[in-house]
Design a protein around this ligand. Structure first.
Ligand code: 2M8
Length: 450
């Protein structure tokens, strides 16, 4: 590790500790005072470099809230927090009242899920532990045996309840499930929603961020809350939701992450001795996922494209997901890889000379939905860059991967542990002290060979 970064490691560790709630981690101090699913997976990777046991505990606490049908909920609420910290809180979701699959109080969760990065995290905690010492490695290996069935149930849920068509692609029921909440990817479907009568609500996010232009608009929030009300009416029953829900979308990035997570799961199955039993199933999921992505693509099978299940058509938006999804899913040939790299380094994304750093804006500046300071509509996200780095390394684009890592680290060193950054000025936006930003810094700087 370059000495210039010692200080950044100390700062990242301090951010992790400031968000630490004991056996789980707040996604951010005020804006996100609960445990978020995919944040928690990245955060666990970060903890893996500080304390193997703490990393395992992070994911254990998330899995303790797993639904009976296998779903990992997108939020596990802090039982000591009041409703007046984050909206929608447990009182609005009403999961245990409406659905028998939801965990019982005192565990309280939301009713939706988020991208399945958990098997990747579990696998990385184990590989990190092997570098740390023999005791940690033994402990992590035993732990893999405990989490393996939970991960398998989670992936099975996604391949069944969320893909009844067996298309290989996961259907999401809410933009929050994509993790890329107000991305222009969802504008077409969201713009057709008709919001009916629902109980009034108060947003707390704007109070924490201060500047409303960095967050989704009130209209977008009405859509978000309305979709929750629709799922509540269906009792969070996936098959009932599938019958009439207005937002059923095949999300290519979510689906690509599931392919990569299935590969990690296969490796975990090998470590825990479950390969003979489960390999055929998991391998089939991987194959199905890759062919689903190929089918839902543009540019001769190269760029991934989301799909509106209700209307049966493609959702075209110029965002990083189109490039990142095929890279994350892997299994591409060198010609496809080079086409994707060319797109990544074009004017539309990381190759734009006016950028603060050579880092991809979440939405291309030429897309009509681009907004440079608004959340998932343009800003640069460190965890997206981690996913780029990880998948570029996997497809032998090591130099490109290093540049992605180094540019992101430089931005964080100069501008702090922000949730996201304005692409042209580097202005830190959203929350300060965002835990997953600190976690990816730790992984980059402390992983063996960094
Ligand atoms: C953001 O999403 C939450 C809703 O889940 C919010 O805006 O209130 C997204 O960036 C999401 O991807 C992330 O997991 C969450 C916590 O960091 O914040």
């Amino acid at each position: 590790m370059n000495d210039a970064y010692n200080d950044l490691v100390d700062k990242a560790v301090a951010v992790m500790h400031r968000n630490d709630a004991g056996d789980w981690t707040r996604a951010a101090p005020n804006l996100y005072p609960h445990q978020w699913s995919w944040d928690s997976a990245f955060i666990a990777i970060g903890w893996g470099h500080i304390d193997t046991h703490r990393a395992m505990r992070e994911l254990d606490r998330l899995f303790e809230a797993q639904w009976r049908n296998g779903k990992i909920p997108h939020i596990v609420f802090d039982p000591d927090s009041t409703e007046a910290t984050y909206f929608p809180g447990p009182g609005r979701w009403e999961c245990p009242t409406l659905c028998n699959d939801a965990p019982r109080p005192p565990i309280q969760t939301s009713g939706i899920c988020q991208p399945p990065v958990h098997a990747l995290a579990a696998h990385r905690i184990w590989t990190t532990s092997r570098v740390r010492n023999g005791h940690d490695a033994d402990m992590a290996e035993k732990w893999l045996g405990v989490v393996y069935p939970k991960l398998l149930a989670w992936h099975r849920y996604l391949h069944t309840a969320r893909d009844p068509e067996e298309s290989g692609l996961v259907s999401i029921f809410h933009p929050w499930e994509s993790g890329c909440d107000n991305s222009p990817r969802w504008d077409f479907v969201m713009g057709r929603l008709v919001v009916g009568h629902m109980p009034a609500y108060t947003r707390y996010d704007i109070g924490h961020v201060g500047d409303p232009s960095q967050r989704p608009s009130d209209t977008e929030y009405d859509y978000y809350v309305w979709l929750v009300e629709e799922m509540k009416r269906a009792g969070y029953d996936d098959s009932r939701i599938y019958e009439s829900h207005p937002f059923i979308v095949k999300d290519v990035l979510f689906s690509a992450i599931l392919v990569a997570a299935n590969e990690a799961l296969l490796e975990i199955a090998r470590v825990v001795g479950a390969l003979d039993d489960d390999e055929p199933l998991i391998s089939e999921w991987i194959e199905r996922g890759r062919s689903g992505l190929e089918e839902h693509s543009t540019g001769g099978g190269t760029f991934a494209c989301d799909y509106d299940v209700n209307l049966g058509h493609r959702l075209e938006a110029d965002t990083v997901a189109a490039i990142l999804a095929p890279l994350v899913a892997g299994g591409i040939d060198s010609e496809q890889r080079d086409t994707l790299l060319e797109a990544l380094d074009s004017d539309e994304f990381a190759g734009n000379d006016a950028l603060y750093k050579a880092l991809p804006p979440s939405t291309s500046p030429s897309d009509p939905g681009f907004r440079s300071r608004s959340y998932w509509r343009g800003p640069v996200w460190p965890i997206i860059n981690w996913l780029f780095w990880w998948s570029l390394s996997r497809c032998n684009a090591d130099e490109r991967a290093r540049l992605m890592r180094d540019e992101t680290l430089a931005e964080i060193r100069e501008r702090g542990f922000a949730e996201y950054f304005e692409p042209f000025t580097g202005e830190p936006l959203g929350s300060d002290d965002q835990a997953w930003t600190a976690a990816v810094v730790l992984d980059w700087l402390l992983a063996d060979g960094a």
